[in-house]
Every structure is written in C-alpha cells, then in structure tokens.
Design a binder for this molecule. Structure first.
Ligand SMILES: Nc1nc2c(ncn2[C@@H]2O[C@H](COP(=O)(O)OP(=O)(O)OP(=O)(O)O)[C@@H](O)[C@H]2O)c(=O)[nH]1
Ligand SMILES: [Mg+2]
Length: 283
C-alpha cells in the first residue's frame, strides 16, 4: 500500500526551509543564502521511496504586512499553497527571537485542520535560547522533530514521520523526477543565488533574473544566456562592478557550479538591464 501526498514547508524567512528541502531530496533544487527572502516561487521537490511519494512545496518565507506587489504575490502564493496539501511542515529556528511575525504564522498553522509537523531546525548550533519554548508547543502539533537541515541530522526521521501521516495514494510524478521546476527557471534561480551572495543589502531584492536561451553547442558546450533586471541605473553599476568585476564574478561562480552539475563546459552570457517596472510585471 503506497502513501503519497503534498507537504508544504512553511515558516519565517531564513529558518532553513529551502536547505531542508534540498537535504531531503538530496539535490540542490532551491537556492539558499544567508539573506532573508531568498525564495520567491513555490518550488516542488519530489522524493520516491518504497513507502510512496512525497511532493514537498518550498515556499517563500512569510513576511508580515509587506505592501509591495512582489511581497503580496509571495504571501498569496503561500496562502494558496496551503489549501490543497496533505500535511504541513512548520519550520522554526530556535536561535531566533520569537516576534509578532512568528506568532502570527504559528496561529495560522495551528488553526489548520491538517496533520502538522513542528520541525525545529538548526539543532547543530550551540546557542538555542528558544529551544524550550518550541518544545513546549509540541502538544499543538501532530508530531515534533528536531533536525539540522545543514548537516542532515534526523532528516530521515522527519521523512518517516511524514510518510506515516500521509494518505494512501498513487504517485503524482514519475519515479525519477526530482522537481517540477523548468530548467530555465532553475538556471535563473542559480544566477540569482550568486548575485545575492555577492551583493549586500537592498540590491538583490531589486533584481530579477530571466534566462532566455539554453543550447547545447556542437562541441558539447552548454550555451546559456540570461539577463539580470534591476530597477535603477545605480544598481546596474553596482551589479556590473568596477571594470565589470562584479558581473564577471557572478558569472564565474554560476558557471563553476553548473559545470559541476552538468559535467560539461558552460558558456554563460550574462547581461544587466534596467527596468524600473519589473516588480509590477513579476509573475
Ligand atoms: N547552522 C545551520 N544553518 C542552517 C541550517 N539550515 C539552514 N541554515 C542556514 O540558514 C540560512 C537560510 O537558509 P534557507 O534555506 O535559505 O532559508 P529559507 O527558510 O528557505 O529562507 P527564505 O527562502 O528566505 O524564506 C542559510 O544561510 C542556511 O545555510 C541548519 O540546520 N543549521
Ligand atoms: Mg527559501
């Protein structure tokens, strides 16, 4: 008897939802950075085991009261991803203070009439001042699991727990598929990760990456063309950097990672363009 279902990963920004999904799926599907608001699209990661299949939905971290169109869309995406899932994994970070935002997320999740697992992440860190607070919440959840997404500690226990909670059912995706994400979007996400890692402060949030072309050339080399859109000339210069150093470094680190994953040479053609309204057009 096979189990199958959708599990949504919910939690504040930066608690490690994407890291956890990558760790469960065993492959880098979602990008992760030390900055909040890294994830922008709900992304699915799929695992198929003898017990059945779980489709994980990684969501953007919840941000309260955000007014710009992008953040609103993100909040809507999280809201609608909750409707049709079979279980909820609520990820928390015991090293971070519990504010108003966390309490609101918590209330929303506790009011859901679905199996919910409290996932206390980052247990590898030494100082966890809020660990007991979260442990005391256990009775409000179907199960509680303490994990380190980064080290992979107890991630299997979490997966077993989720299989127990899911209904019987058939596979949603073919056995070997790891994600529902189209290639171009994943490539754009990877470029955005390198951009985030290189730049500081507000610039990354004012950027959007589109991959326009992916081609295998005759010599086995992958040709990839992409454009980084940003809202302002000033940001454009920051991304390009002095003498083009910035954009070159972003290109190089993306290329290195891609060559590792694809096992072939990659030629990456990256441009930066100013489009003050890309946020309005975001989809
Ligand atoms: N020490 C430690 N760090 C972790 C762990 N899991 C995630 N992190 C780090 O926490 C940061 C945020 O991780 P992400 O996976 O991007 O967090 P997220 O919840 O997806 O964030 P958003 O997409 O912004 O909502 C990164 O620097 C991760 O390396 C963990 O188990 N232990
Ligand atoms: Mg994320």
């Amino acid at each position: 008897m096979l189990k199958s279902g959708f599990v949504v990963m919910i939690g504040r920004s930066n608690v490690g939802k994407s890291t956890l999904m990558n760790s469960i799926v065993g492959s880098k599907i979602a990008i992760t950075t030390p900055k909040p608001q890294t994830t922008r699209l709900p992304i699915q990661g799929i695992i198929t085991r003898p017990e059945g299949q779980i489709v994980f939905v990684d969501t953007p971290g919840i941000l309260r009261g955000a007014k710009d169109p992008l953040s609103k869309r993100l909040a809507q995406a999280v809201g609608s991803s909750l409707q049709d899932v079979d279980a909820v994994a609520y990820i928390v970070d015991p090293t971070r203070e519990i504010g108003q935002e966390e309490r609101e997320v918590m209330r929303m999740i506790e009011s859901l009439d679905k199996p919910k697992v409290l996932v206390i992440n980052k247990i590898d860190l030494r100082d966890k001042p809020y660990l007991e607070f979260y442990r005391d919440l256990s009775e409000n959840y179907t199960k509680t699991v303490e994990v380190s997404a980064l080290r992979g500690t107890h991630v299997d226990t979490l997966v077993e727990t989720l299989f127990e909670l899911l209904p019987e059912g058939e596979f949603y995706y073919p056995e070997h598929q790891l994600t529902d994400m189209p290639n171009k979007i994943w490539l754009a996400e990877l470029i955005r990760e390198k951009l985030f890692l290189r730049l500081r402060q507000e610039v990354p949030y004012s950027t959007h990456v589109v991959v326009t072309d992916v081609e295998e050339r005759e010599n086995g080399m992958m040709y990839i063309a992409g454009t980084i859109f940003t809202t302002d000339d000033r940001y454009k210069s920051m991304i390009i950097g002095q003498g083009g150093r910035g954009i070159r470094e972003i290109g190089q680190s993306t290329r290195k990672e891609l060559e590792g994953v694809m096992g072939s040479k990659v030629y990456l053609d990256l441009n930066v363009e100013v489009d003050p309204h890309w946020m309005m057009r975001f989809e």
